[in-house]
Every structure is written in C-alpha cells, then in structure tokens.
Ligand binder design. Structure first.
Ligand code: UD1
Length: 340
C-alpha cells in the first residue's frame, strides 16, 4: 500500500511542488494548510498535472486538537513540515507573530509525529540559519552566526527543537533541509508560486514587473563588495528542491540514516548576482525590464551560496535546472497565473 505523507503547508509554493514529486514517486500526500499565504485551489492545478485529487485539510497547526484528528484518521508514515511564515521584513515588524506561529506549529506537529509513531520528519529550514557568513560556499558544518531576522531565528530554534527532541530516541528520524533561494515553477506551466500577499522575493518581483503588475523594480544595492556590486545568492529550481524532499524521505524509510537528525544544504553551488539574474531573465524571455538602483535593503547579507556535496553523496541528489530554466518557467507561470 502506498505510504501516506503529511505535507504541512501543502498549498504553499514549495509544498505544492513537493506534493507532485511525492505522487510521481508512489507516495500518497495528505495536505494541510491554514491558507494564510496560499489558496486551496492550487491543488486543482496539482490535480491537472498528476491526475490525482489530494486530500486537504484547512486547519491551523497551532490548533492541537484539530491537527491530532488528521493523525487519527490516517496512518502517517512521514511528515514534511513546510508550514511557516517566511517574510523576512514582516518578521522584523511582527516578531511575536512569527515566534508564535512558526514555533507553536512545529511543536504540535513534532509531538503528534512522536505520539503516532511517524517514521520520518523532514523540516524546511533555510540558509538563513547561517546568518551573515564570512565566505561561501557554506557547508553544513559552517558555524552559524547571529540570525539576521526573527524569521531566521525561528528556523535556528526550529532546528534545535527537533535535534533536542529526537536526540535520545531511535524511532522518529529527522532531516533538516537548508534551502538556498528557491525559484521557478513547474515545467508544465500549470503551477508556480501564488502568494496572496505582494511578492518580495527577487524572481516573482521580476516576473511581476515584466507583466506590468509593477511599473518598475528596485535593485537593492550595487555597492557591495561583489563582482558587479549587487548581492549574490544561490537560486535553486523549485522542482529540484521538491525532489530532495522525496529523496530525504526515502533515505530515512530505507533505514540508511543512522543518526536521529541529519542536515543537508540545497542549492546548486553557484552564486548569481542580482544583476546577473535580471540579465538571465532578459536574455531568456527577450523582455527588457524596467529597473532602478535603490539603497541596500536592511537585513540583506552580501553573498551566500551552497556546497551541496553532502546531499549529492548521501541522498543522490543532482539538481538539473539552471538559472535560465528558472527564468523561463517562472515567466510561463506568471502569464498563466494572471489568467487564472
Ligand atoms: C531570504 C532568506 C531566505 C528565505 C527568504 C524568504 C537569507 C540569506 N535568505 O532570501 O532564507 O527563505 O528570504 O523570503 O536570509 N532583491 C532586489 N530587489 C527586489 C527583491 C530582492 O534587489 O525587489 C535582491 C535582494 O536584495 C537579495 C536578492 O535579490 O540580494 C534575493 O532576495 P530575495 O529573493 O528576497 O531572497 P533573500 O532575501 O536572499
């Protein structure tokens, strides 16, 4: 029988793409989301792509009793915990909301995973846990610096909660996945990022500018000590990222993980500057972007990109998409999304 995997944040950007990858690899995903930054109708798109209707619960994970109901109704083998608030700037303005939501929901899901004998727990972490690193590429052993935002701190604390909780038991195993900069959309053009609040991340800001939802966009700083003065990040295609979750799950379920908690960086190992990303968009789509140079954005770090050797060696993960693929798929999706 196909194994059931609870995907929290299942209607969100990375959650919905991971649901597709899980289905393609023989799992039965169950989605839960409170819809605070996504719409349940995104699962119709998932259904068009896979031919499968995913069972979905519109529940807030801070509600323990309601969440427990899902674990009672289904025999859950694995949990992939995406659900969280994720806007860096907003977290600076509303730190308590971020701590309450991101920590409380994690505690609920982790406690229930133990209680109902789930075997694998995959946690959405972020390269933000490294803080303002001195040099890149960063490995999983690179020491963490002070988090640059309350959002980043919720990820650091989340990782610690999982490690402490699982340290002295051997039933539930966890993987912490540290994402670099997820971007792009499903290659079908039927699914992509559909935030209900205005986009703040670079790639959706680019596509929204290109389609005319914004008159122009800003490049936050060209006075950094980088090859062209703009910040460097490691942009990873969302489908490559999604597949890493399936691999991490399979790794645990096949008994290959010895320690209670393991950590993997997920990036492509190459940094791109903001100006290079813009150029890649313009070259891929033949559309000229209207942008201006603006002051640095508070909380931004200068440069970070991944060493992902560990995910490659232990999980067999090989990201296959390039920045051009990210731009092409994001642009196809932006045009489709506008018509939905
Ligand atoms: C940050 C976090 C990441 C988190 C993500 C969630 C770090 C290192 N990364 O990503 O972990 O998951 O937020 O939102 O803390 N930019 C512009 N103009 C724009 C938008 C962005 O120039 O309109 C620039 C930014 O200054 C930055 C780069 O583009 O240099 C990427 O920004 P963004 O897409 O917002 O992601 P991060 O801030 O890197």
């Amino acid at each position: 029988m196909s194994k059931k995997v609870l995907v929290t944040g299942g209607t969100g950007y990375i959650g919905s793409h991971t649901i597709i990858d899980l289905i393609e690899n023989g799992f039965t995903p169950i989605s839960v989301d409170n819809g605070v930054n996504s719409m349940a109708s995104i699962l119709d798109q998932v259904s068009s792509i896979t031919g499968i209707t995913v069972e979905h619960y519109n529940i807030d994970l801070c509600d323990f009793a309601k969440t427990e109901q899902i674990f009672k109704e289904h025999e859950i083998t694995g949990v992939i915990h995406f659900a969280a608030l994720k806007a860096v700037g907003e977290s600076v303005e509303q730190p308590l909301r971020y701590f309450k939501n991101n920590i409380d929901s994690l505690l609920t899901v982790l406690e229930l995973s133990q209680k109902y004998q789930v075997k694998a727990f995959i946690f959405s972490s972020s390269c933000t846990v490294y803080g303002d690193v001195l040099s890149s590429p960063v490995t999983e052993e690179t020491p963490m610096q002070e988090a640059a935002s309350p959002y980043g701190r919720t990820k650091q604390i989340g990782e610690q909660i999982i490690s402490d909780t699982l340290a002295h038991q051997n039933k539930l195993k966890a993987v912490l996945l540290r994402y670099f900069n997820p971007a792009g959309a499903h290659t079908s053009g039927l699914l992509g990022e559909a935030p209900s609040t205005p986009a703040a991340n670079l790639v959706p800001v680019i596509t929204e500018t290109a389609i005319g939802k914004r008159e122009s966009m800003s490049i936050f700083g060209t006075d950094y000590d980088t090859r062209d003065g703009s910040c460097i990040r490691d942009y990873i295609h969302v489908m490559d990222l999604a597949h890493a979750h399936t691999l991490a799950l399979q790794h645990i379920l096949s008994g290959k993980q010895d320690q209670p908690v393991d950590i993997y960086n997920l990036g492509i190992g190459q940094g791109a500057t903001v100006l290079e990303v813009i150029k890649a968009f313009e070259e891929t789509t033949q559309i000229k972007l209207n942008y201006q140079i603006a002051p640095r954005r508070p909380g931004d770090i200068m440069a970070i990109f991944a060493n992902y050797d560990k995910a490659k060696e232990k999980l067999g993960w090989n990201p296959k998409y390039k920045i051009q693929d990210i731009m092409r798929t994001a642009w196809v999706w932006e045009q489709k999304r506008t018509k939905l």
